[in-house]
Design a protein around this ligand. Structure first.
Ligand SMILES: [Zn+2]
Length: 304
């Protein structure tokens, strides 16, 4: 219509930058030490849940279009490709047994409807999450979707339910990520989620632990863990610290403190306040014990 300015149909760049910055500030959980409830918690939680639901719906639609099959059981939906029906039955039964146990550990009566994608190999799983050949994981959790490598890959075996024993750890770990995400309404720093998942995994998989114990005398700061968990150069140390924190939280406030922290995060409380209210000691005090334990190189422990 002869007007000047930005072209119709395009947002001006500064507006987009501000929008992205605002979304990031609103969606990303705040680090411990910043007191006060999350700003706009209801909006943030709602956006986070829509983001998760949309991701899950997109993955399910793609799998269906690609001809994958669905085994819908009690509380768990397992997607699997041709040739994996027996493994899907084994995995489905195992996941249905584990889910109530994970929920009980985290004090969460819900949720149900976990979406699990069963991959024939770690390479197939890596491709499923858009990663290259160097990505090697037995399980992942992202935006409402759990991905696991089929038990048959590890054992080379058939549908014997005993073969699933190899996969209890990764399944419990990823289910815990999902339950924690739902209960906290996305107000969950990644490092704390990894601590919770390892804490659950260690108990439900019979005390399995990572292969290497990090050397004593080193520890990442809580801010480094909060802002850069996945990019820290020593991932063994980062995971070890995350687990140690949840172990100390459970030791201070009892095992139910872990679920209570998640519940409080879901109400918009910042992590330090949720931890203090659930554990009965201040975040600063727990952080002090944590640092001491990590610097001493204390072993991976299962205390309760
Ligand atoms: Zn994890």
């Amino acid at each position: 219509m002869g007007s000047t300015g930005t072209r119709p149909g395009r947002w001006p760049v500064p507006a987009l930058v501000w929008l992205v910055a605002l979304l990031w500030l609103v969606l990303f959980p705040r680090p411990p030490g910043q007191h006060g409830a999350m700003p706009l918690h209801g909006t943030r939680a709602w956006l986070s849940e829509r983001w998760r639901d949309a991701g899950r719906a997109r993955v399910e639609a793609r799998l269906e279009a690609a001809g994958w099959h669905l085994r819908a059981g009690a509380g768990v939906r397992v997607w699997y490709p041709d040739g994996e029906a027996a493994s899907a039955a084994t995995a489905g039964a195992m996941l249905e047994r584990l889910l109530p146990e994970v929920r009980a550990m985290l004090g969460a009566p819900g949720p149900a409807g976990a979406v699990v994608v069963l991959h024939p190999s770690p390479g197939d799983l890596a491709r499923g999450v858009g990663q290259g050949a160097g990505f090697d994981a037995a399980g992942t959790y992202h935006r409402g979707v759990i991905r696991l490598v089929s038990a048959a890959f590890w054992t080379g075996g058939g549908p014997d339910p005993a073969l699933a024993a190899c996969c209890v750890g990764p399944a419990a770990h990823e289910l815990a990520h999902w339950v924690a995400d739902v209960v906290s309404r996305g107000n969950l720093p990644r490092w704390f989620s990894e601590g919770v998942a390892q804490w659950v995994e260690a108990r439900l998989a019979g005390g399995l632990g990572p292969p290497a114990r990090p050397a004593a005398g080193r520890a990442y700061s809580v801010l480094a863990l909060h802002w850069a968990f996945g990019r820290l150069p020593d991932q063994d140390l980062a995971y070890y610290q995350a687990w140690q924190f949840v172990e100390l939280l459970a030791a201070a406030g009892g095992p139910e403190a872990v679920g209570e922290v998640l519940f409080r995060l879901g109400r918009g409380e910042p992590l330090d306040r949720a931890v203090a209210a659930s554990a009965g000691v201040s975040f600063r005090e727990l952080e002090r014990r944590w640092r001491q334990s990590v610097m001493a190189g204390n072993p991976w422990t299962v205390q309760n």
